[in-house]
Write a protein that binds this ligand. Structure first.
Ligand code: CP
Ligand code: NVA
Length: 313
């Protein structure tokens, strides 16, 4: 597999390899400090980023390479140069490209037109690198045997909810997305895809609309911002009202399993999707989760550039 365009591109074996290597990089960040020596990785972002940018630049540096950060409208893309032409040029200068943008179709096209690995660092539809960090954090907390455990996402049926369902399906987990019905539910085609993956992995995919039911006996409560980058401001009031029952509060945490953890991809808005008491409380693992953005992106770059990610095709 040349690129990581979507979470669903990964096989269970790929994820296991990446988590194992990321575990090594957590202990020994410089363990492969010549892997990208004298090479560059382009990091192009048309949306803001704190974690993904810092993690990606650090990961490239730890592998001995040089990150080239390109912000939104710096490229001639904004002046009408095609994605295909841009891809051909970047392929001549960089060993890989990490991209964060709006349309998934643009990332797909970049993958098709380039000869170097392309990594999706968040689109409107998906956030695959986040889920690698999330699953490493889940592994560290619960070990490999996740039978009988339920992993619940609550909130907007957005890119994070999609990635959560797909990665859970790949890992053979029982994953739940508790979202409003209708406009802010996860994409139906994506849910169908997750269910299909779960048929062979032994996972179980549920989309529900009752936050208490979803939280009951769960091992993880996960949430994300209610307003994603690019969401229309005009919808904020209506969306906040509809999402209010899905806010992760101590009341919901009290319904979970005794060893349950709280997770959040960050950035967070205390008092909106999560209460300060929960996110800053003893069951929150958000800083370890954020730490693993670097270890997992480092592992992904390491194996993808060497052609060692097989994909599920
Ligand atoms: N979780 C995440 O992707 O954070 P950033 O938007 O800060 O990169
Ligand atoms: N759903 C959020 C995730 C941020 C990491 C967004 O797309 O803005």
């Amino acid at each position: 597999m040349k690129d990581l365009l979507r979470t669903a591109d990964l096989s269970r074996a790929d994820v296991e390899l990446l988590l194992a290597t990321a575990t090594d990089f957590a202990k020994d960040p410089m363990g492969a400090h010549t892997a990208l020596a004298n090479r560059t990785v382009a990091i192009y972002m048309t949306k803001p980023s704190t974690r993904t940018r810092l993690a990606s630049e650090s990961a490239v540096a730890h592998l001995g390479g040089t990150p080239i950060f390109i912000r939104g409208d710096d490229l001639q893309l904004g002046r009408g140069e095609t994605i295909s032409d841009t891809a051909k040029v970047i392929s001549q200068f960089a060993s890989a490209m990490i991209i964060r943008t709006f349309a998934q179709a643009d990332v797909d096209e970049l993958g098709k037109s380039s000869t170097i690995p392309i990594i999706n660092a968040l689109t409107d539809d998906d956030h695959p690198t986040q889920l690698l960090a999330d699953w490493l954090t889940i592994r560290e907390n619960f070990g490999e045997d996740i039978s009988g455990r339920k992993f619940t996402y609550l909130g907007d049926g957005n890119n994070m909810s999609h990635a959560w369902l797909i990665m859970g399906a790949i890992m053979g987990a029982h994953v739940v997305a508790a979202t409003p019905e209708g406009k802010w539910a996860p994409d139906a085609a994506l849910v169908a895809q997750a269910k299909k993956i779960a048929e062979t992995s032994g996972g179980k995919i549920e989309v529900v609309h009752d936050p208490e039911l979803a939280a009951k006996d769960a091992s993880v409560l996960y949430t994300d911002v209610w307003m994603s980058m690019g969401d229309p401001e005009s919808e904020r009031a209506e969306k906040s009202a509809v999402l209010a029952p899905f806010a992760v509060t101590s009341h919901l945490m009290d319904l979970t399993a005794s060893d349950a953890i709280f997770m959040h991809c960050l950035p967070a808005h205390r008092g909106e999707e999560v209460s300060a008491e929960v996110i800053d409380g003893p069951r929150s693992v958000i800083w370890r989760e954020a730490f693993h953005r670097r270890t997992t992106i480092q592992a992904l770059l390491y194996h993808l550039v060497k052609g060692e990610i097989k994909g599920n095709k």
